[in-house]
Design a protein around this ligand. Sequence first.
Ligand code: NDP
Length: 270
Amino acid sequence: MKLEGKAAIVTGGGRGIGREIGRRFAAEGAHVLLADVDGERARDAADEIGAAGERATPCTADLGRPEGAARMFTHAEECFGGRLDILINNAGIAHHGAFLELSFEDWERVLRNNLTSAFLCAQGAARIMAAGGGGRIVNIGSISGQRGSYGRTAYGVTKAGIHQMTRIMAVELGPRGIAVNAIAPGPIDTGITSMGPDQERRYLERIPLERFGHARDVAGTALFLVSDEAAYLTGSVVNVDGGFDAAGLIFSYTELTTVKSDVRDPSKSD
Ligand code: NDP
């Protein structure tokens, strides 16, 4: 039991990656508060954990608004009595849209749900942790925050912002005993992706581990980052992407042998 007795908040904990992190942390002995804008989802996730004999409390809140985040922290205070050991800052929405066509409304909606929510939750959690002597925060970013992917203006900017906020928080909060890291997932199959077969194939061609990630891959890394094993880790952005970011363009061996790679004049020696 790596998290015995720990108090943890997982935002966006009603489904997908957040739900899996909640499940994993509870199985390791933590009491998790699962906050989600969809209350029914949060209740369902908490019920599932409760049925396994572990501790989870659902919380309905729109975390992209100050009053929603404040509501979550009031709920956390009731649950944990003013203590907080862990925040997994995971709530967010996906978005695709070409730069030239991106509307102001969409831009603002993505910023509010991804970046503003991450800021409000991180700040609220860090204030509680600073008063309590320390804690761990893991912000969920994305590979889209590191690469200039097509159609990712709003989403990619929010995720790059989350990575940078992680570094700044690590610098400011380290002396308060708070470690802050980010996870940058590559494409994770949460069972609700709307990718077409062609898009799937093209992704897989660029992932060295030749599969999409699972929510449990992200949950395992989150568990490591909040465990004692990661005591000296802060300010890092950890890619959980099967090597997608490292790879760039990948050619198969057969394709590679047809590429003329040695262009040096053979008459010249070293
Ligand atoms: P899901 O949509 O499955 O889960 C996210 C949950 O967060 C949803 O229930 C969503 O509700 C909720 N949520 C969104 N905005 C808010 C808000 N303002 N307040 C409270 N709850 C909110 O997403 P994933 O599990 O796929 O992704 C989780 C995180 O991981 C996100 O930050 C995402 O950007 C990131 N990520 C995911 C990748 C993937 O391939 N799945 C890849 C890289 C990063 P609702 O659905 O109603 O909006």
